[in-house]
Design a protein around this ligand. Structure first.
Ligand code: GNR
Ligand code: NI
Length: 168
C-alpha cells in the first residue's frame, strides 16, 4: 500500500473530468487500497481519484465513527430521490483548512460497481448523501468552492497560493 499525494486547489488538474473504468482489475483494486490508506491517514471521510491525479471514476468513502465501514464506488450514477435541500458545512482535503455551507439534495440513489466489479445500489440520506455528491463532483472537476461566492472563493485561492509558495 502507498500514501498518495493529494492535489490542492487551485491546481488545474483538479478540473479534469474523470473517465469511466472499463475493467475493475487488480490495478484498480490497488488504486482503491492506496486511496483508502491516503483517506484514513489524512484523515478524511471520502476521497475521489481526481484528488490523487488519477482521472478515473473511482471514489472511496467511510463516514462511520469507528472508521471501519469502507465503501467503494466505481462508475457511480446518481438520481435525486428528494430534491429538498440539505445544508452541510463542507470541507475538502484538496482545500485544507476551509469550511463553507453547501446545499445539496438530501436523499439520492446511487448505483455503482464495488471493489469486485459487482453492481450495487444504495439510497443514502444525510452525511453519506452529502459525501457521495461531493465526491461525484470531484469526478466532474467540480469543487465545493464552486458553490460559494466568487469573493469567498478568491479569498481561499489566495490564501492557499500563499501557503503553496511558502512551502515550495
Ligand atoms: O473529509 C472530508 N470531509 C467532508 C466534510 C463535509 C463534506 C464533505 C466532506 S469530503 C472530505 C474529504 C474530501 O475532500 N473528499 O473529496
Ligand atoms: Ni473533496
Amino acid at each position: 500500500m502507498a500514501l498518495l499525494p493529494i492535489l490542492e486547489f487551485p491546481d488545474p488538474r483538479l478540473r479534469t473530468v474523470a473517465k469511466p473504468v472499463a475493467n475493475v482489475d487488480d490495478d484498480i483494486r490497488k488504486l482503491v487500497d492506496d486511496m483508502f490508506e491516503t483517506m484514513y491517514e489524512a484523515p478524511g471521510i471520502g476521497l475521489a481519484a481526481s484528488q490523487v491525479n488519477v482521472h478515473k471514476q473511482v471514489i472511496v468513502i467511510d463516514v462511520s465513527e469507528e472508521r471501519n465501514e469502507p465503501l467503494v464506488f466505481i462508475n457511480p450514477k446518481i438520481e435525486v430521490l428528494d430534491a429538498n435541500l440539505f445544508d452541510y458545512e463542507e470541507g475538502c482535503l484538496s482545500i485544507p483548512g476551509f469550511y463553507e455551507s453547501v446545499s445539496r439534495p438530501e436523499h439520492v440513489r446511487v448505483t455503482a460497481l464495488n471493489r469486485d466489479g459487482t453492481e450495487f445500489t444504495i439510497e443514502p440520506e444525510g452525511l453519506l448523501a452529502v459525501c457521495i455528491q461531493h465526491e461525484m463532483d470531484h469526478l466532474q472537476g467540480k469543487l465545493f468552492v464552486d458553490y460559494i461566492s466568487n469573493m469567498k472563493r478568491q479569498r481561499i485561492r489566495k490564501k492557499l497560493e500563499k501557503q503553496h509558495k511558502a512551502k515550495a
